[in-house]
Write a protein that binds this ligand. Structure first.
Ligand SMILES: Cc1cc2nc3c(=O)[nH]c(=O)nc-3n(C[C@H](O)[C@H](O)[C@H](O)COP(=O)(O)O)c2cc1C
Length: 206
C-alpha cells in the first residue's frame, strides 16, 4: 500500500522544517507528500506561502502536492507554475463547491473557464449528499450537520443569506429537503445556471 504524508511548512516561521521532513519522508519510502503552506503557529491566519513548497519540490524526487488557499482555477495554475508541484490539494474551497475540481482541470487543459454549473445539477449533488448524511448520522444529527453543508452549497448565491437564516431553524428531514428544493427552484426560475452575488466585504457578508 503506498503511504503518503501531509504536513505544514514547519512549527513556526523561524522553524520551517518542511525540507528536512520531506527528505526523511523520501528516504523512508513515502510515495508522495502534500504540504500546506502555513506553519503550525500560523493556524489559519495570514496567507499560505508557496516558497517553501517550491524549495521542497526542488529537493525531493517524489511527487509534491501543494496545498493552502487555492480557491480558483487561476490560483491553482499560479501555484503549480510557482512551485513546480505535481498537483494541488483543495480543502475549504471545495466545501459546497465540489465542481471546483473539474473547473480547475478544464482551465489547466484549455486556459478557459467553464460556465457556472446548472442549478439542477447542484440541487442533485446537494440532495445526494444530504441523503448520505441522513443515512449515516440519522435524522437529528444528520439534519444538524446538513445545515453547514447546505450553507456551503448556497454561500454567495443570490438570496441565500435570508434562506440560511430560515433553514437553520428547520428541525426535520422532509422540511429541510423541501426548503432546499424551494430555494434552488427559485434560483432555476431566474437563471438555469448558478449566479453568485458580488463578493461582499467580510464585515457585511455575515
Ligand atoms: C473541516 C476541515 C478538516 C480538516 N481535516 C484535516 C485532516 O484530518 N488532516 C489534515 O491533514 N488536514 C486537515 N485539514 C486541513 C486541510 O487539509 C488543508 O491543509 C487546509 O485547510 C488548507 O487548505 P485549504 O486552504 O485548501 O483549505 C482540514 C481542514 C478543514 C477545513
Amino acid at each position: 500500500t503506498p503511504v503518503t504524508l501531509k504536513f505544514r511548512t514547519g512549527w513556526n516561521r523561524q522553524n520551517k522544517n518542511a525540507p528536512m521532513i520531506a527528505r526523511i519522508a523520501e528516504e523512508s519510502g513515502i510515495r508522495a507528500i502534500a504540504i500546506h503552506g502555513r506553519t503550525r503557529a500560523d493556524q489559519y491566519m495570514g496567507e499560505a506561502e508557496y516558497d517553501t513548497i517550491a524549495l521542497v519540490k526542488s529537493q525531493v524526487g517524489i511527487p509534491v502536492i501543494a496545498n493552502g488557499d487555492i480557491t480558483t482555477p487561476q490560483k491553482a495554475k499560479y501555484v503549480l507554475d510557482y512551485t513546480g508541484a505535481d498537483g494541488v490539494m483543495i480543502g475549504r474551497a471545495a466545501q459546497g463547491r465540489p465542481w471546483i475540481f473539474r473547473e480547475i482541470e478544464h482551465f489547466l487543459s484549455t486556459g478557459e473557464e467553464l460556465p457556472p454549473p446548472l442549478v439542477s445539477e447542484i440541487l442533485q449533488v446537494c440532495r445526494e449528499h444530504l441523503a448520505d448524511l441522513y443515512a449515516f448520522y440519522g435524522e437529528e444529527t444528520g439534519v444538524r450537520i446538513a445545515r453547514k453543508h447546505i450553507s456551503w452549497y448556497t454561500k454567495g448565491l443570490v438570496g441565500s443569506a435570508a434562506f440560511r437564516r430560515t433553514m437553520n431553524q428547520i428541525p426535520d428531514i422532509p422540511a429541510q429537503l423541501a426548503a432546499v428544493d424551494e430555494f434552488f427552484g427559485h434560483l432555476a426560475e431566474a437563471d438555469s445556471r448558478l449566479r453568485y452575488e458580488e463578493e461582499l466585504p467580510q464585515e457585511l457578508a455575515a
